[in-house]
Write a protein that binds this ligand. Structure first.
Ligand SMILES: NC(=O)c1ccc[n+]([C@@H]2O[C@H](COP(=O)([O-])OP(=O)(O)OC[C@H]3O[C@@H](n4cnc5c(N)ncnc54)[C@H](OP(=O)(O)O)[C@@H]3O)[C@@H](O)[C@H]2O)c1
Length: 343
């Protein structure tokens, strides 16, 4: 089935099914909830604080009044997760802290990522759900100093934990946490006979449904808002948030889906990102220089996403993805709208 059909088919695939989405108010999870509601599912979204106005956007989604309930749950509190998951047909485990504080990484990131995943899988096993879809990351796939950029990575590749730890760059710690969390998920799912499928996206961009800015949107905002004078000599993969949500629902619905699914549209150099942004939005003070002019330009990693494409996913081109990200940042008031020099 083509990806475009997944949200538009009126009956949807979810009629009569209840699913739980952890961390429902987050950037990616909000889009998963939106798509699940459009597909006819009844959705239980977990949030850490039911009173927090930052989750209000969920109540505005189409179908939310009839089929969305919010449940208070913390990843480190098994009972709260158990209550939300009990009686569900499936679980989408998207909640995970994304912290930039290297000193407190263990407490802030590793415990919720790893122990929280254990709690989710255990609760899913107790509830006898049909399938758990785990939002992993390409960070659990590509981090390996000894791997040439000529290698085309597929779902069989894993990040090297020692390398993640040793480079001491905070996002590498995040990759460490996601790798350990995913490995833990696979081990426990096997022990408990839980049907687990993982989606491994690169940096996710696109329109925000929530009012706050999440980490991957800041990745683009920093260039437009003039917070940086240069761009790094680095490459990055990008994918549209709608495509990531579709990937989650596709792997849940396709009976034949199994294992990991790389979710990558394109991998480009930061220099190309700022060039695309400058072409579409020349009114912003985008950096024009690389912070490293000595070393050769970093080469892009190569990924094979055939597995997801075979399930019917068509990726949104990166230019469209960047355009929609900027428009959304403007509309949500995170980026001042300046007169466009092109018009
Ligand atoms: N964005 C990307 O580029 C990207 C790429 C690859 C993979 N991912 C993965 O995708 C998932 C969602 O990321 P996102 O970008 O949507 O992040 P996000 O907007 O920051 O959402 C993260 C969610 O996790 C929840 N959470 C954090 N710690 C929790 C805890 N202890 N208990 C319960 N909930 C907790 C947060 O709740 P609060 O609102 O209460 O903090 C929030 O709802 C994560 O697993 C992330 O690793 C993201």
């Amino acid at each position: 089935m083509p990806a475009a059909d997944i949200s538009s088919s009126p009956a949807g695939g979810g009629h009569g099914q209840t699913v739980c989405v952890t961390g429902a108010g987050g950037f990616i999870a909000s889009w998963i909830v939106k798509l699940l509601l459009a597909r006819g599912y009844s959705v239980r979204g977990t949030v850490r604080n039911l009173e927090d106005p930052k989750n209000e956007h969920l109540r505005e989604l189409e179908g939310a009044k009839e089929r969305l309930t919010l449940w208070e749950a913390d990843l480190l509190d098994y009972n709260s997760l158990g209550r939300a998951i009990s009686g569900c047909h499936g679980v989408f485990h998207a909640a995970c802290p994304i912290t930039d504080d290297p000193d407190n990484l263990k407490e802030q990131m590793l415990r919720p990522a790893v122990d929280g995943t254990k709690n989710v899988i255990t609760a899913a096993s107790a509830a006898k759900v049909r399938r758990v879809v785990f939002t992993s990351s390409v960070g659990a796939v590509y981090m390996d100093a000894n791997r040439s950029t000529d290698v085309v990575m597929d779902e069989s590749y894993w990040s090297d934990l020692e390398y993640c730890k040793d480079t001491k760059v905070y996002m590498n710690w995040y990759c460490y946490g996601k790798t350990v969390a995913e490995q833990t998920a696979w081990k426990l799912a096997k022990e408990l006979a839980v049907d687990l499928v993982a989606v491994n996206p690169v940096v996710v961009l696109g329109p925000l449904l929530q009012s706050s800015v999440n980490a991957s949107s800041v990745h683009i905002l920093k260039y437009l808002a003039g917070w940086v004078n240069t761009y790094a000599n680095a490459v990055q993969g990008y994918v549209h948030v709608r495509d990531v949500a579709r990937a989650h629902v596709l792997v849940f619905e396709a009976q034949s889906a199994s294992g990991r699914y790389l979710c990558v549209d394109s991998v480009i150099h930061r220099g190309e990102v700022v060039d695309i942004l400058a072409e579409m939005f020349p009114e912003y003070p985008l950096p024009t220089k690389c912070s490293d002019e000595k070393n050769p330009r970093a080469k892009p990693h190569k990924f094979n996403c055939q597995k997801l494409k075979e399930l019917g996913l068509e990726f949104t081109p990166v230019k469209q993805c960047l355009y929609e990200t900027v428009k959304s940042l403007q509309e949500k008031g995170h980026l001042v709208t300046l007169p466009n020099k092109q018009h």
